[in-house]
Design a binder for this molecule. Sequence first.
Ligand SMILES: Nc1ncnc2c1ncn2[C@@H]1O[C@H](COP(=O)(O)OP(=O)(O)OP(=O)(O)O)[C@@H](O)[C@H]1O
Ligand SMILES: [Mg+2]
Length: 402
Amino acid sequence: MELAVSRVHLGARVLYVVIMRDITDRRRAEERLRQAASVFENTTEGIIITEPDGVILSVNPAFTSITGYSTEEALGQTPRLLQSGRQDKAFYRRMWESLLNEGHWQGEIWNRRKSGEVYPQWLNITAIRDAQGRVINYVGITWDISELKASERMKDEFISTVSHELRTPLTSIRGSLGLVMGGVAGEIPDRARNMVQIAHDNCQRLVRLINDILDFQKIEAGKMSFSVEPLDLVGLVQAAITENQAYADQMGVRLAIDAPVGYAWVVGDRDRLMQVMANLLSNAVKFSPEGEAVTVSVERRDSAVRVTVADRGPGVPEAFRRNLFRKFAQADASDSRQRGGTGLGLHICKLIVEHLDGDIGYTAQHGTGSSFYFELPELRRGERPPGDGEPAAADRLVRDAG
Ligand SMILES: Nc1ncnc2c1ncn2[C@@H]1O[C@H](COP(=O)(O)OP(=O)(O)OP(=O)(O)O)[C@@H](O)[C@H]1O
Ligand SMILES: [Mg+2]
C-alpha cells in the first residue's frame, strides 16, 4: 500500500488529505525488472542490446569480460567492432536476411577480442518488436566456444591418427593374406584356405571401415580434396554397374540400367561419385531378395540430373527415414551382423553430393522396396568444355528431341 498525505488550507482550517493506493502490481513489475537486471548482470553469457540499425545500447559484464571492451567502449559502436574478417559478405547477408524475414538468427561466428585474439562463439540474435510489429531492438546472446572447439579438434585429430596407424598395418596384412591365398607361399590345405579366406575378408571389412571413418572426418573438416570436372552421369552409372557386378552376382541379384536420356552432363568428382554409386548399389543389392533386380535410372528433372537406385527389398521403415543419412545409423541393430556395414555409407554419400551442390534422398513406400536418388545440377551445352567428351551427334539429337 502506498500512502500520500497532503495539507490543504481552507481559510483558517487545515485539512490533511490521505490518499491510499494499492501498489501490488507495481511492486511485482519492479521485482520482475530487478530479477531481469540481475540475470543480465550475472549471467555468464554475453548479452548485447542494439538499436534496429545495430548501434549498441547496452552490454552486460559477461560481454565485457569475453570481448575485453568496457561498456563505455562498446556503447554507441556497432557489433562490427568485433568483426574478425573470417566471415565473408555472404555470411552477413544471410544473417540479415534471416533476421529481417524470421526475426531470428543463430550460428557459429568468429570474432576478435580487443586484445586482437580471434575466437569462436555461438551467437543467438532475436529481433524485439513493438505492438505494430516494428523492430525496436536486437538482442544478441553469445557463448565463447573456444574450449569446445579445441576439444572437438583434439577428438578429430585423435580419430584420424588412430585410423592412419591402423590402416597401414591392416593394408599390409590384407595384402599378405591375399598373396598366401593366391598360392605364392605354396599350396595350402583346404581347411587352412578357408580360415585364411575369413581372415582376408575381415581385413577387407576393417580397411573399408577405416577408410570410411577417414573420409567423413576429412569431408566434415573440409579437408577432402575434390577434383571436379564435367562428366557424363550416364557413362559414370554404367561404369559403376560394371564395377559392382561381381558383388551383385555373388548375392544373386541382377543390375539393370534405365537411361532414356543417352547422356547427362554434370560437374563432379568421378571417384567420389563412383563411391556414392557403390554405396547405393551395395545397399540395394544387400537388401534385395535373391533373384530380384536392382534398377538404376538416370533422368532429367528441370535443370538437374537425377540418378535413382531402386530395389525390391523390405524398404526403410517410416520411423527410420529421417535418420537414414546420419552417421552410424542402421535401421536394425542386427544389420551390421547380418548384412555387414557400419551405417556410414549414406552419411558419406550425403556429404559428397552436397559438396557438389546436389541433393540426396529417399523416395519409396514401406513394403514396396527402396528407392534412393541423388541429383546434381545439369551442365548446359555452352558450359561444357569444347572437345572434352562432347557427346556424339546422335546423342545430341536424342537429347534435343527430349
Ligand atoms: N536399399 C535399402 N533397403 C533397406 N534399407 C536400407 C537400404 N539402404 C540403406 N538402408 C538402411 O540404412 C542403413 C544405413 O545405410 P548405410 O549405407 O549408411 O550403412 P550400411 O550399409 O549399414 O554400412 P556401410 O555403408 O557403412 O558399409 C542400413 O543399415 C539400412 O538399415
Ligand atoms: Mg551402405
